[in-house]
Design a protein around this ligand. Structure first.
Ligand code: SF4
Length: 161
């Protein structure tokens, strides 16, 4: 897996101070995607064990609330295994919150990514739809996008996320 951007002090992609990482590769190709350079899975740099360990170290700081994993799409088949392993390690070693953004449909995520749901706190689903774009929305670009929390589906992010 490659990643193209990391921010250790992000306050825009969820509750509290978070680590944010954008992984490379996305085949949803939404019209007017905000991040087209990340469609190429080879874009950016390899996600190495050292990077993984430094993320874990950062998440162990008491003032860091959790991690937000965006892209690209973290759930593309070539990214999924490493993202799942990262989430398992984060939960085991830090217990911090994990948010993930994907362009897959809500139904597909609930059906195909059961194991990941056990290790994440929130997954934001659905492709970006330019006709439904709304820059005032929190944690999503268009109003069709949904939130899976504890295997339940919400149209708005639940309070506290
Ligand atoms: S899912 Fe996200 S990264 Fe992929 S094309 Fe759509 S907006 Fe862009």
């Amino acid at each position: 897996m490659n990643y193209c951007y990391r921010n250790d002090s992000d306050m825009t992609n969820g509750e509290g101070l978070r680590v944010t990482i954008f992984v490379s590769g996305c085949e949803h190709h939404c019209e007017d995607c905000f991040n087209k350079q990340t469609w190429d899975r080879n874009y950016g740099s390899p996600f190495t064990e050292e990077i993984k360990q430094s993320i874990l170290d950062r998440l162990k700081k008491p003032f860091v609330e959790g991690i937000s994993i965006l892209g690209g799409d973290p759930l593309m088949p070539y990214n999924y295994d490493e993202v799942l392993e990262l989430c398992k390690a984060i939960k085991k070693e830090t217990g911090k919150s994990i948010y993930i953004w994907t362009g897959y449909s809500t139904e597909y995520v609930l059906d195909k990514f059961c194991e990941l749901l056990d290790y994440t706190d929130m997954i934001v689903t659905e492709k970006f739809e330019k006709e439904l774009k709304d820059v005032t929305l929190y944690l999503r670009g268009s109003s069709n996008q949904k939130f899976i929390v504890n295997k339940k589906v919400y149209s708005e992010p639940p309070k506290g996320y």
